[in-house]
Ligand binder design. Structure first.
Ligand SMILES: N[C@@H](CCC(=O)N[C@@H](CS)C(=O)NCC(=O)O)C(=O)O
Length: 223
């Protein structure tokens, strides 16, 4: 049976949601972040080959990386409902958003937030320099890329209810966590991105997402 090693306030919520949506048989082991560093605790790092969340174990298999885990679970439990098959009309949209979540959006958000946190923690005298370097990098690289992605998200969600059509797919499940981050710290405002906020509302009200959040037990996925 699959065991999800679930780190609080992390990308692991996607896997919990996926397992709940599929009605898969699984168990979940909850881990709190290290109180000082806010990273995964030593017990978690002992399980995960990369030391990162999420990670699952299943018999002899230990698997990290969100989308590798998602595909592993979909291989076993999905009949094509959450992962449109080759040739399906929504296959291209599905592939784009499933991979954009982890290939572009989440790395942009993570890098941006890490740099912001580093600036805040820089020694007092070095802070103005750190701030100006981070600001320049944001202006030249992170900002424009994130803005382009947010525009694309808003356009896509103006055309269909979910990212790959009118019903939920695994692309929505991986995009969901990053969408919360975009709204919280990524500059995605309700005024400018109403379709994106409609997505967030329908995700938060989705029964399997609510069950996943109950199993998570923290009431928030934000750090
Ligand atoms: N690309 C990886 C990223 C994993 C990752 O960075 N996870 C964060 C949680 S959101 C983490 O493990 N943080 C705790 C740590 O680095 O100790 C994935 O999709 O699994």
């Amino acid at each position: 049976m699959i065991t999800l090693h679930h780190l609080e306030k992390s990308q692991s919520i996607r896997i919990l949601w996926l397992l709940e949506e599929l009605g898969a048989r699984y168990q979940v082991k909850l881990y709190d972040r290290d109180a000082q560093t806010r990273l995964a605790p030593a017990a978690y790092k002992a399980v995960s080959p990369l030391g990162t969340a999420p990670v699952i174990t299943d018999g002899d298999v230990t698997l990290a990386e969100t989308n590798a885990i998602a595909d592993y679970i979909l291989d076993r439990h999905d009949d094509g409902r959450l992962r449109p098959a080759p040739g399906a009309a929504n296959r291209a949209a599905y592939l784009f958003w499933f991979h954009t979540a982890q290939g572009s959006l989440q790395p942009l958000l993570t890098n941006k937030f890490v740099m912001m946190a580093l600036t805040a923690r820089a020694p007092f005298l070095a802070r103005p320099v750190a701030k100006s370097l981070v600001g320049a990098l944001d202006k030249a690289f992170f900002g424009p890329r994130l803005a382009a992605l947010l525009r694309e998200i808003e356009t896509a969600l103006g055309k269909s209810k979910w990212f790959a059509g009118e019903t939920l797919t695994a692309a929505d499940i991986v995009m969901g966590y990053s969408m919360e981050l975009c709204a919280h710290r990524g500059g995605m405002t309700e005024k400018d991105f109403p379709n994106a906020f409609r997505f967030l509302k329908q995700m938060r009200e989705y029964p399997s997402y609510i069950r996943a959040m109950e199993k998570d037990g923290k009431g928030t996925i934000l750090l």
